[in-house]
Ligand binder design. Structure first.
Ligand SMILES: [Zn+2]
Length: 195
């Protein structure tokens, strides 16, 4: 085995000899264990070899685990394959941050964007809405499944005076048919078509 030979002098040797030994033991059933100590994968810096563990499903040889420290300070043990394939790029904090962003979007319940979402949906789905006859009452459907989808389509309201308009006034509230528009643009859209 040549794993230890490619490492810089002065590296800690305890785990390296363990790698060499394990590589020798498992070389029959698995490819040689590559030392990834010191390598960075996204937010994860590999600190040390963390031993072999049998696969959960019992098929194939045991898997090599590596101790990593995340940029956020949390230490995790993960499989080399997860690191090399790009599946593990943080301790999980990156995913938690994305979820927090999604929550923040979802938490826009007092925003102008959510106000527009809520009222458009209500006009289409609530027969008691005062504008129902122009919307749900004449077959206009609200096709956005979530505020997140609505927000992804329309984005932030660019100017306070704009409201959500349907490009085709007889079309539904659906992706491709909505945009932020001024009252005058909307009035223009609503002019009866002249034949
Ligand atoms: Zn982290």
């Amino acid at each position: 085995m040549t794993n230890s030979q490619s490492l810089p002098e002065g590296s800690e040797t305890g785990s390296l000899s363990a790698i060499s030994l394990l590589s020798a033991c498992y070389s029959v059933v698995m490819p040689a264990l590559k030392d990834i100590t010191g390598q960075r994968f996204g937010r994860l810096l590999v600190l040390d070899f963390a031993g072999m563990q049998p696969r959960k499903n019992g098929n194939g040889g045991p898997l090599a685990f590596w101790e990593c420290v995340c940029d956020c300070g949390i230490r995790i043990k993960t499989r080399a394959s997860n690191l090399l394939s790009g599946r593990s790029t943080s301790c999980g904090c990156a995913r938690r941050e994305l979820a927090a962003i999604a929550n923040r979007t979802h938490g826009m319940s007092t925003s102008a964007e959510y106000f527009a979402f809520h009222h458009a949906k209500n006009r289409c789905e609530n027969p008691n809405n005062e504008k129902w006859e122009y919307y749900g009452g004449r077959g206009i459907k609200f096709c956005f499944e979530s505020f997140a989808q609505w927000y992804a389509e329309l984005g932030a309201k660019p100017l306070p005076e704009l409201t959500v308009d349907r490009k085709n006034n007889n079309g539904n509230y659906e992706p491709g048919n909505v945009h932020w528009a001024s009252r005058s643009e909307q009035a223009f859209n609503r002019r009866p078509a002249r034949v």
